[in-house]
Design a protein around this ligand. Structure first.
Ligand SMILES: Nc1ncnc2c1ncn2[C@@H]1O[C@H](COP(=O)(O)OP(=O)(O)OP(=O)(O)O)[C@@H](O)[C@H]1O
Ligand SMILES: [Mg+2]
Length: 336
């Protein structure tokens, strides 16, 4: 396989020690992100999205986490084989991240200007004055009103949306080649969410940064990504170009997710209305499952699904699905 990917994860397996015994949170994940591309990763809570991201960043606490197998290549280098010093250099400089809750990533006792300037001094060796000037420029870029006057503000003086803009500025100052955004807008209300997404899209366009966008919101993926990966219970269950996924989802889990997209302006004037949910729960990571992990919740499941785990088959151009219906299409039910 020729490798044009900027990030390529192969056979990644991460387990955790838990009081109930060892559990596998990520089980054989393969994914690739090309330079400049946006890959969306979706799936319900607990399916291993954040653990995958933290593994890339080298931020999993070992123990309780353990990387059992796999490679994570960034620009050809296997991140799992690098020393902590080298990883620290890559993190923030070449791979940056944005998390859901900015208050956990921003330092509450440092002015935001200092925090945005910090990566420039640490990674690029800018002087204090240069970094401060660049930080002011970035706060303007992320459209913080009166940016220069706010350099001395502390995080608690900003709204949630403004804090998320500061986070984005901090992530982008060194112009990383890959940005990993884990639920970057989930904590924000819908209007602010749309503004942040559009800001991220603009910055991405300007800098050419690749984006690994993790979300449980397929609507966000539709707006932002060209390609989507659907995860379920620690595995990739479907991969497709965005349009194909929405037009013709293959995996019953993906179909369930699509039916549960919240729509704007639903009944009773609520901002969000959940149309349908997939009955049942994601299995615990300590659960041993013989067949397909989704079988217990799948409306199409038949005997084979409960006995043998399906492979992640190529089902079309740029498409893969982990479902026995690929080999037994006659089993797909067309009602209910
Ligand atoms: N430190 C830990 N110890 C034990 N189990 C963990 C730990 N961190 C994560 N897990 C488990 O690993 C699984 C995957 O977690 P992960 O945080 O990746 O889910 P996620 O897909 O990001 O979910 P969400 O949408 O809620 O953020 C979950 O079952 C979680 O409980
Ligand atoms: Mg998560």
């Amino acid at each position: 396989m020729s490798d044009a990917a900027l990030l390529r994860i192969e056979a990644l397996r991460v387990s955790f020690r838990t009081p109930e015994g060892p559990g596998t949170a990520v089980d054989g994940v393969d994914l690739a992100v090309a330079a400049g591309e946006t890959l969306g990763v979706v799936g319900e809570s607990g399916c291993g999205k954040s653990v995958t991201a933290l593994a890339v960043l080298g931020l999993l606490a070992v123990p309780p986490a353990r990387i059992e197998t796999g490679t994570i290549r960034f620009d050809g280098r296997d991140l799992l084989r690098l020393g902590e010093e080298e990883r620290r250099r890559i993190r923030g400089r070449e791979i940056a991240m944005i998390f859901q809750e900015p208050m956990t990533s921003l330092n509450p006792v440092l002015p935001i200007g200092r925090q945005v300037a910090e990566p420039l001094r640490v990674h690029l060796g800018l002087t204090e004055a240069e970094a401060r000037e660049a930080a002011a420029g970035w706060l303007e870029k992320v459209k913080i009103p009166a940016a220069r006057r706010r350099l001395a503000d502390y995080p608690h003086q900003l709204s949630g949306g403004m804090r998320q803009r500061v986070m984005i500025a901090m992530a982008m100052v060194c112009r990383p080649r890959l940005l990993i955004a884990d639920e970057p807008t989930t904590a924000l209300d819908v209007t602010i969410q749309a503004q942040i997404l559009s800001l991220m899209r603009d910055l991405k366009e300007e800098t050419g940064t690749a984006l690994l966008l993790i979300t449980h919101n397929l609507g966000v993926v539709a707006q932002m990504a060209a390609r989507v990966l659907v995860m379920y219970a620690g595995q990739v269950v479907e991969e497709a170009p965005v349009a194909a996924l929405f037009e013709e989802p293959f995996h019953p889990y993906t179909q369930g997710l699509l039916r549960s997209i919240p729509v704007l302006g639903g009944r009773a004037g609520g901002a969000k209305t959940r149309l349908a949910e997939i009955p049942g729960l994601v299995p615990a990571i300590t659960e041993r499952i013989a067949g397909c992990r989704f079988a217990g919740r799948c409306p199409h499941a038949f005997a084979l699904c409960r006995e043998d785990p399906p492979a992640l088959w190529a089902i079309g151009p740029g498409r893969r699905a982990r479902c026995w219906l690929h080999l037994h299409p006659e089993r797909r039910r067309h009602h209910g």
